[in-house]
Design a protein around this ligand. Structure first.
Ligand code: FUB
Length: 340
């Protein structure tokens, strides 16, 4: 890992690297890519966007996805194999609609697909489905994970074999409804001058299908040790948490939502507190920005999406990838992948 970092030592820390990228999948619209290396291949677990005819609103009802495909690649940037539909909302007893950004994990030869969806009360919960292979098909558990809520699960396997789920998203993702500990009837946003709503973490049980603890809040700090504030839209958490680890440093990256960036913060503990560091990906075409970071054959890659294939329709997105480079001090070089 030290060698990989030194490969980019000549890169100026604050340079923005402009990249040109193409959609990895053109047959369908795909978004929110969670990439993992299983069995020496890259597997991508994305949302499956489609035009359901639901009009656009601030709660994201137009993101009305109903199933998941899995994709794989033998080499970075190589041919992409579509493994077809691996889970459909109709097969999930507790889920009613809106199958949003999923993630996957492997343990002891079993594969777990974690996914948010609204239940029959229109409350986002996080469910899990199990398979014997990374490409599924996945069999859903009958109920959502107890004590789960909101959206965008990202499951991180630590080097000691523990698994943690990072999750949450504000606005349409409903995290603001959970500030009191139970689901509020109305949105509750803190004032601009107070601590912003924080992402959540829960350790997974050894069975991988339940939490072994109540979800906890993750503190996000600036470099002076102050909490990031609600009004700090350029840096505060919105959605799309992802964690990767290099040596002893945990990198928590996430979307800032209405300022459309992927940013990151670091910690020496999976529970945080995490200290804000900088921007990984500048705004892309389309309102949302959502990513994952994975190491494959010695290089690090950023998977993300934009709306280039649909010429800007924010709910019809396409998954892309590019190499991610680290500076000698472990900081991440900012990428600009914007297309006009
Ligand atoms: O794809 C639906 C939602 O849009 C995701 O859950 C968010 O992260 C945003 O990308």
């Amino acid at each position: 890992k030290t060698e990989e970092k030194s490969d980019v030592s000549e890169t100026a820390q604050n340079d923005v690297r402009k990249v040109e990228t193409e959609p990895l999948v053109t047959k369908d619209f795909t978004a929110d890519p969670s990439a993992h290396v299983f069995n020496n291949k890259i597997y991508i677990y994305p949302s499956h966007d489609f035009d359901s005819g639901v009009p656009e609103d601030d709660l994201g009802n137009h993101f009305n996805m109903r199933d998941y495909h899995v994709y794989s690649m033998d080499s970075a940037g190589g041919e992409v194999t579509d493994h077809g539909v691996v889970l459909d909302v109709d097969d999930v007893e507790w889920a009613a609609r809106q199958m949003w950004a999923p993630d996957a994990a492997e343990k002891d030869g079993k594969y777990y697909l974690y996914f948010p969806a609204k239940d029959e009360n229109d409350i986002f919960r996080i469910g899990v489905a199990v398979a014997d292979t990374p490409e599924g098909p996945f069999t859903p558990m009958p109920d959502y994970i107890e004590n789960s809520y909101s959206i965008d699960p990202a499951v991180f396997e630590d080097t000691d074999g523990e698994y943690y789920m990072y999750f949450g998203g504000i606005w349409g993702g409903q995290l603001q409804r959970w500030e009191t500990g139970s689901f509020a009837d109305e949105d509750v946003y803190p004032a601009d001058s107070v601590k912003a709503i924080e992402p959540r973490i829960a350790k997974l049980d050894k069975n991988m299908v339940s939490f072994s603890e109540e979800p906890r809040r993750i503190q996000l700090l600036d470099k002076e040790g102050n909490n990031l504030l609600t009004g700090d839209n350029d840096r505060r958490f919105f959605e799309a948490a992802w964690v990767h680890k290099i040596d002893d440093t945990y990198y928590l990256s996430y979307s800032t939502g209405d300022t459309h960036k992927i940013v990151y913060a670091t910690s020496d503990n999976p529970y945080g507190p995490f200290t804000y560091q900088g921007v990984i990906l500048e705004p892309v075409l389309g309102w949302t920005n959502h990513h994952s970071i994975v190491q494959f054959k010695g290089k690090w890659y950023l998977f993300f999406h934009d709306s280039s294939l649909s010429e800007g329709k924010t709910y019809l997105r396409s998954v892309k990838m590019t190499e991610l480079t680290f500076n000698e001090d472990g900081s991440i070089q900012t990428i600009n992948a914007a297309v006009q």
